[in-house]
Ligand binder design. Structure first.
Ligand code: ZN
Length: 142
């Protein structure tokens, strides 16, 4: 459930999406906010201008949170984003330990606007060479 306070911050994320579009990038924007609504960081998509397929705003902000916020602060931080995070960004958001994500447009709604954008999963083969890889990994995590 979203609140009027959430909507204020979501509108800022949507404005950042418009900024991305105006700059020639896909129209996605995001921000991180403290519990009192203070904006901690903002980003917009720069996949085209940076020629970087990972330059999603959610990913950039999750990386920023992981490097700049202590875990307790990250755990109180909310991401507001113009569109629901993709699978890549969702995984990094989880790694960053953020509290909550609030989005405007869902991924399903995005597919309705941008048909044909779904990608097929890349085939993965494995496991293989278990003894060899275990020798490198075992003992690292204690
Ligand atoms: Zn993404």
């Amino acid at each position: 459930m979203t609140t009027p306070e959430d909507h204020t911050l979501l509108r800022r994320a949507i404005a950042l999406a418009a900024t991305a579009r105006e700059g020639g990038d896909p129209p996605f924007g995001s921000l991180l906010a403290a519990p009192d609504g203070t904006v901690l960081a903002e980003a917009h998509n720069t996949t085209r201008t940076d020629r970087d397929i990972t330059a999603h705003p959610e990913l950039k902000l999750a990386r920023w949170a992981a490097s700049e916020l202590d875990p307790a602060t990250a755990a109180e931080t909310t991401m507001y984003t113009s569109c629901q995070p993709c699978g890549m960004c969702e995984a990094v958001i989880q790694q960053a330990g953020l509290r909550r994500v609030v989005f405007a447009l869902s991924n399903d709604q995005l597919l309705d606007i941008r048909p044909g954008s779904g990608r097929l999963p890349v085939p993965q083969d494995g496991p293989a060479l278990l003894d060899e890889v275990r020798a490198v990994v075992e003992g690292y995590y204690r």
